[in-house]
Design a protein around this ligand. Structure first.
Ligand code: APR
Ligand code: MG
Ligand code: MG
Length: 195
């Protein structure tokens, strides 16, 4: 993964793709251990997708020729999650996080992180089943556990799934960028996931 400045990324000739970490603040709780007594405040709702290839990723995809990054990523949200972005884009430049080059594929990838209300988040989850590409390209949407229990379950377990491309690195970057987790919390989860 080679991180690029926005200007460098804009100059890349070749395939571009953009993906989004959609998240919401919540007052909800989450089961954080094997006992029903292990209940924690959920830090946030963060959405991932289960892709056709069995890997974890984020909604988004390739930018078509002639499209801007924002047009492309908003279209992908329509196709993959049935979010109505035809008039109003859900994703704007305010949500831009970073760009990088995937040396293996040669693709230039862009990450956005978009905060929505909890109500909107649940709407998107429910609506995903009506998306054109649901069941074909997107096999499910899920919430990412963000706690690290004393047994190492939660985020460390989730990080052991297979992720598409650099989606795992994108997730960690988005969690840090948005302040959902502190650097220390992220480092601990990554360390336990490796053990
Ligand atoms: N982070 C980094 N890279 C990613 C991520 C991610 N979160 N998600 C996907 N990629 C990479 C993969 O290499 C992927 O093939 O970007 C490429 C394009 O992203 P997709 O979301 O797969 O593209 P999309 O336009 O939605 O799908 C179109 O392309 O992936 C193929 O055949 C597949 O039917 C699919 C078609
Ligand atoms: Mg797609
Ligand atoms: Mg896609």
């Amino acid at each position: 993964m080679i991180e690029l400045t926005r200007e460098e990324a804009e100059a890349v000739v070749g395939l571009h793709a953009a993906h989004v970490v959609i998240y919401a603040k919540t007052n909800g709780t989450v089961l954080s251990g094997s006992s029903t007594k292990n209940i924690e405040q959920a830090r946030a709702l963060v959405m991932a997708t289960i892709r056709f290839d069995g890997k974890i990723g984020f909604p988004g995809g390739f930018i078509d020729p002639g499209e801007t990054w924002l047009e492309g990523v908003n279209r992908e949200l329509r196709e993959e999650l049935d979010v109505d972005t035809s008039n109003d884009h859900l994703i704007t430049d305010d949500h831009y996080v970073f760009s990088f080059l995937d040396k293996a594929s040669g693709f230039c990838l862009h990450l956005y992180a978009c905060e929505v209300t909890e109500e909107k988040f649940v709407d998107i989850e429910r609506g995903a089943h009506d998306a054109e590409h649901y069941g074909f390209e997107t096999l499910g949407v899920c919430r990412i556990p963000l706690h690290t229990s004393d047994k190492g379950t939660g985020l460390p377990s989730f990080l052991q799934h297979y992720f598409i491309g650099y989606a795992k690195e994108e997730l960690l970057r988005a969690l840090k960028h948005t302040g959902i987790l502190s650097e220390e919390e992220i480092e601990l989860a990554v360390k336990i996931a490796r053990e």
